[in-house]
Design a protein around this ligand. Structure first.
Ligand code: SF4
Length: 456
């Protein structure tokens, strides 16, 4: 993995899952590049993909098969047409071929081979890509791990420390204590340090453009979700409700009390994003797709009801949230398959709380306290998506977590920043709880709501 900055946890992609849709699409593209570099593409007649563990268990519901076919054909999460991706598997199965780097290869549905009962020792989200010759022999193969948030690592890279490429960050920090100490010694805000670190890696023009783009896509996703009605894809027949909720709230609004329904709107914003995600539309991974509604919802709430400027949301909110997110990525996990939902929704809730505390004028201590409170009350949260779809409990869970983030900020800003339990302590507790959590609660849909809700 390359060096991690606050910017890296936000990527423009498609739903419904960062680890099961975005990551596998990136892995497929990477495999084709490596196959070509190994000079084996011209001898390849078909590509066989094995999906292990959680990818095998919930891959169909999470759009993994479509993402892999689209990725092999050259699509990338950032620029693909979501409607094209949704039909990729059906198209390839119907025609009996896929086009990989200009070559037409044979394809059959069983070329995506689901192995849910096999878990590779390194990680639950493992996939092996094999290029086969005319006689069926394996010419070239690679195993990749989708480690959460759309990040992909090869088996050679897995577990190796972040590679810095010789770049020295001006404000390096590995944990919350170091971050707060840096704020004290420099007098700078978390956002300003996160900005300087990102600029050191990417340059100011790129960072400014990315922040603007990320917030624009997040806002557009909220707005799209508030207007799209109908059924979500999949066997659960889940009716979208953000648009109806928005109409209902508009009918209740009074010009004399413009913030009276702010908390209800906050929930509608989160549901809107997660419905777009569940429908496979354009979203920002933040830090995962299953948890993609929380950070946009809280930011949108700040703009609309707290009168925070768009520029401040696009910069200070995102950078502070991203800086806190790097701590989760580095010291615990943001992957539901690794740590349960506390790693996804818990991390996003904590990031959003930190960002909101920052743009409402919190001190570094209050920001750290808000992030800590938000995660503390998500500890132990399991991942048990019904039917392997990122719909129940995921969509509502984002709405509840957005409310938790705002409540955590209220508590933190009422204090002076001093508190007993540090952010680092809850991050480590989340990591340990994730290790202790049974595999059936880690994005395998073999426990919890996934087995107690009857699909109809
Ligand atoms: S339950 Fe949580 S971790 Fe699992 S898919 Fe849904 S949002 Fe992601």
């Amino acid at each position: 993995m390359s060096i991690l900055t606050a910017l890296d946890l936000f990527t423009v992609g498609i739903g419904p899952s960062s680890s099961h849709t975005v990551g596998p699409m990136r892995a497929a593209r990477r495999f084709v590049d490596e196959l070509a570099a190994a000079d084996q593409l011209s001898a390849t007649s078909r590509i066989h993909v094995l999906l292990f563990g959680s990818l095998g268990a919930t891959g169909v519901g999470h759009g993994t098969t479509n993402a892999i076919v689209a990725g092999l054909e050259g699509s990338s999460p950032e620029t693909c047409d979501p409607d094209h991706v949704i039909s990729a598997m059906d198209r390839a199965s119907g025609s009996g071929h896929i086009t990989v780097a200009g070559r037409e290869l044979t394809f059959a549905p069983d070329d995506i081979d689901l192995r849910p009962m096999t878990r590779l020792p390194q990680h639950s989200n493992a996939m092996t890509y094999e290029a086969l010759g005319d006689d069926g022999s394996v010419l070239f193969s690679r195993t990749y791990f989708s480690v959460g948030g759309g990040f992909v690592e090869s088996d050679a890279e897995f577990g190796t420390p972040a590679e810095t490429s010789g770049i020295e960050l001006p404000y390096p920090f590995d944990n919350g204590d170091e971050l707060i100490a840096l704020c004290a010694s420099t007098g700078m805000s978390i956002a300003d340090m996160a900005y300087a670190n990102a600029v050191a890696v990417y340059g100011a023009d790129h960072v400014d453009a990315r922040l603007t783009e990320i917030w624009a896509v997040m806002s557009a996703c909220v707005e799209a979700g508030l207007h799209h009605d109908g059924m979500l894809p999949g066997s659960l027949n889940v009716q979208r409700r953000a648009a109806r909720l928005a109409s209902h709230l508009e009918s209740l609004e009074s010009p004399d009390a413009p913030t009276e329904l702010a908390n209800e709107w906050l929930q509608a914003f989160a549901i809107a994003v997660n419905e777009e995600n569940a429908a496979g539309m354009r979203v920002v991974t933040a830090p995962t797709n299953g948890a993609a509604g929380i950070i946009p919802a809280v930011g949108y709430y700040a703009e609309r009801f707290k009168k925070v400027s768009r520029e401040s949301v696009a910069r200070d909110y995102l950078l502070t949230a991203g800086a806190i997110g790097t701590l989760y990525k580095r010291n615990a996990s943001i992957s539901g398959a690794e740590a349960g939902c506390q790693g996804e929704v818990g991390s996003a809730c904590s990031m959003a709380a930190a960002g909101l505390a920052a743009i409402l004028g919190g001190t570094p201590g209050q920001i750290e306290n808000a992030a800590e409170i938000a995660m503390e009350h998500n500890l132990g949260l399991t991942c048990d998506p019904v039917g392997g779809l990122v719909q129940m409990p995921c969509i509502e869970r984002n709405a509840i977590a957005a409310g938790t983030a705002v409540a955590a900020v209220r508590l933190a800003l009422a204090g002076d920043g001093s508190h007993k339990i540090s952010l680092d302590t809850v991050i480590e507790t989340m990591r340990q709880t994730g290790i202790d959590m049974s595999t059936k609660y880690k994005e395998t849909s073999t426990g919890g709501l996934a087995v107690n809700v009857v699909e109809c």
